[in-house]
Design a protein around this ligand. Structure first.
Ligand code: FAD
Ligand code: NAI
Length: 467
């Protein structure tokens, strides 16, 4: 029987990063993955394929709607080749997954394919094609991730009533895609198919889309997506989803409690994800799982069993790849006796629609709830020279700073390339910068980043220069 210092169960961004860091720190490491490709949800059916489709559909949309205004004429009709777009996405995915395999080999990490399940707290059975092998692991990291959640009354047939996994590989552009859930997945994939020509209707239970983000971002994003042709029903409670041949009928109660009926040919259910521990046999090791299915951990990300840790989507907190990665590094370093730290308040959140939405720190709603006195500085993207040059004029940047100390408490952005711009806010906040600090730093001209400086100027004595 092979013995390892550490076994990692699951090869998503949490698991594979943990494995690399463990190996770097001199631990003999194995990674167990039930699928034949490494990379987990993020690389196979999440972040990477969704961004590949967002980028491809963005090019298509530009060619159809925006080239002309830039003086670019295409003789003949711009045509969509969905099969080719999907093939490209698949090749981006496989190259990325191969990259993870390369990193495992480079770091001398044993990759074991099969479903990992605890035999006891130091032994793991790995089953593949009816055969089981057992390894001994002094320590184990559970990184088994998450799966799409569903509503109890919906029959996900995975053909027409689908999750993100199927939406990433449709063979045709829907005529009318009904999206249940106006969160990250619904809006990103809704925008992909809207750009490719589908009618898209989003049904959201709460009173605004992306409800966990600052309400200024929800408002602006909904406005822009409406302009792009996406329809919204907020404060609307779905009651039933039925399939009749190729037709999907969604019934819901709207904000006035009036029944509405939507008919489409596809229904994307994107109402969140649930932690995944099926088949793990956590009981055999005595690992506690809470009532929501999450593996319980303490502040060291250690379970109730002292040699077993858990990270990523399977534990509490944001279900984000970069959060899982930070936790992977954190656990490896903790095991090695170091004292790492994660500032959960500074994990940025991004929605990769166009315009992109990005945020870090506290929302205005949170500050109000916590009774913190704050100042606000806002700057509209349309006032930037760079935005006018590109034609990407939608959006704004909002900085919230402590009323007395001027410390930046939250940064909320919507606009072109804000997914990348948010890194400046994270850096500033990690170093506990004041709005004045950001306002006094030189930002290259003409860039979208100038809006960060201008919002900081607005937050300090209302002295934005270009508005
Ligand atoms: P996962 O990536 O879910 O990996 C878990 C792995 O464990 C899987 O490979 C699974 O097969 C394996 N596994 C489970 N049980 C066992 C077992 N018993 N034995 C062996 N293997 C097992 N996040 C972002 O930050 N940015 C994005 O742009 C983004 N886009 C997304 C788009 C979509 C459509 C989706 C669905 C998610 C997206 N996410 C994004 C979220 C991101 O994918 C997750 O937060 C991230 O993958 C979590 O990483 P993880 O390592 O915890 O788990
Ligand atoms: P989500 O939590 O982002 O959004 C779910 C939405 O569905 C919410 O707005 C919620 O109010 C709504 N909802 C819940 N129940 C409903 C109901 N009965 N009827 C109508 N609406 C309902 O979840 P989503 O979009 O499924 O994504 C899952 C996870 O994947 C997210 O937590 C996110 O962290 C991660 N992800 C991250 C991405 C990124 O970082 N860009 C991209 C895609 C996914």
């Amino acid at each position: 029987m092979s013995t390892y210092d550490v076994a990692v169960i699951g090869s998503g961004p949490g698991g594979y990063v943990a494995a690399i860091r463990c190996a770097q720190l001199g631990m003999k490491t194995a990674i167990i993955e039930k699928y034949s490709t490494l990379g987990g949800t993020c690389l196979n059916v999440g972040c990477i394929p969704s961004k590949a489709l967002l980028d491809s559909s963005h090019h298509y949309d530009d060619a159809i709607r925006h080239f002309e205004e830039h003086g670019i004429e295409i003789p003949g009709e711009v045509k969509l080749n969905l099969e080719k777009m999907m093939e490209r996405k698949s090749s981006v995915v496989s190259q990325t997954c191969d990259g993870v395999k390369f990193l495992m080999d480079k770091n001398k990490i044993d990759v074991i394919e099969g479903v990992g399940s605890f035999k006891d707290k130091t032994h793991i059975n790995i089953e593949k094609d009816g055969k089981t092998q057992t390894i001994e692991a002094k320590k184990t990291i559970i990184a088994t991730g998450s799966k799409p959640a569903n509503l109890p009354f919906i029959d996900l047939d995975k053909e027409r009533v689908i999750t993100s996994t199927e939406a990433l590989k449709l063979k045709e552009v829907p005529k009318h895609m009904i999206v249940i859930g106006g969160g990250v997945i619904g809006l990103e994939l809704g925008q992909v198919y809207r750009r490719l020509g589908a009618e898209v209707t989003v049904v959201e239970f709460l009173d605004r889309i992306i409800p966990t983000m600052d309400s200024a971002l929800s408002k602006e994003l909904q406005k822009v997506l409406k302009k792009q042709g996406i329809k919204f029903h907020t404060s609307t409670k779905v009651k039933s989803v039925e399939r009749n041949g190729d037709e999907i009928i969604v019934k819901a109660d709207d904000k006035k409690d009036k029944e509405i009926e939507l008919k489409g040919d596809y229904c994307l259910v994107s109402v969140g994800r649930r932690p995944y521990t099926d088949g793990l046999n956590a009981d055999a090791a005595g690992v506690e799982i809470d009532e929501r299915g999450m593996v319980k951990v303490n502040e060291h990300l250690q379970t109730n069993i002292d040699n077993i840790y858990a990270i990523g989507d399977v534990i509490r907190g944001a279900m984000l790849a970069h959060k899982a990665e930070e936790e992977g590094t954190f656990v490896a370093e903790t095991m090695a006796g170091q004292k790492p730290h994660i500032n959960y308040n500074l994990i940025p959140g991004v929605v990769y629609t166009w315009p992109e939405v990005a945020a870090v720190g506290k929302t205005e709603e949170q500050l109000k709830e916590e009774g913190v006195k704050y100042k606000e500085g806002k700057f509209p993207m349309r006032a930037l020279g760079r935005s006018r040059a590109s034609g990407d004029i939608d959006g704004l940047i909002k900085i919230l700073a402590d009323e007395k100390t001027d410390e930046v408490l939250g940064v909320h952005m919507i606009g072109a390339r804000t997914a990348d711009l948010i890194a400046e806010a994270v850096t500033a906040m990690e170093f506990r910068a004041s709005a004045e600090d950001i306002a006094r730093m030189s930002h290259a001209h003409p860039t979208y980043a100038e809006a960060v400086k201008e919002a900081a100027l607005a937050a300090t004595e209302n002295r934005a220069l270009h508005i």
